[in-house]
Ligand binder design. Structure first.
Ligand SMILES: [Zn+2]
Ligand SMILES: [Zn+2]
Length: 140
């Protein structure tokens, strides 16, 4: 089910390939809202070890938003690209907006709804979780 995709930022100075799992979630946590500038982040898992930069690695900036999570963005245009963890099981999630390869993605749920933005209303029938739900480890 893994797929190789290409991704880039708004200014195209950063380009990379990686393997993704095209099943994701909309994350409504406050850190995703603040860093993406949206009421939620649409993202899917990827393996950080499969990431290969095509260009622009020197334009990458990281922000550590919690103990084990780093949020990666383009320092020139500010595009959010991906997150990765530094814990034992290295895990990553990539912003769907960064992916250029046509990809059929299945979004399974809304997560972290305990911090849902007051200006956004849910109108779909996806599953809803108040906290985090790991799609890779707890497939429903
Ligand atoms: Zn950029
Ligand atoms: Zn989040």
């Amino acid at each position: 089910m893994k797929k190789r995709i290409s991704a880039s930022c708004l200014c195209s100075q950063v380009q990379f390939d990686c393997d993704v799992v095209p099943i994701g979630a909309y994350c409504h946590c406050i850190n995703c809202q603040k860093s993406h500038g949206t009421p939620f982040a649409a993202q899917i898992p990827f393996k950080p070890s499969t990431l290969r930069y095509i260009k622009g690695q020197q334009k990458i900036t990281e922000f550590q938003s919690s103990e084990h999570l780093y949020r990666v963005f383009c320092a020139q245009c500010g595009s959010r690209l991906f997150n990765y963890t530094t814990d034992r099981e290295k895990y990553g999630s990539i912003a769907l907006s960064a992916i250029d390869t046509p990809l059929k993605v299945r979004i399974k749920a809304h997560v972290c709804l305990s911090t849902q933005a007051g200006y956004f209303s849910l109108t779909d029938s996806l599953k809803q979780y108040s906290g985090f739900f790991n799609l890779e480890r707890n497939e429903t």
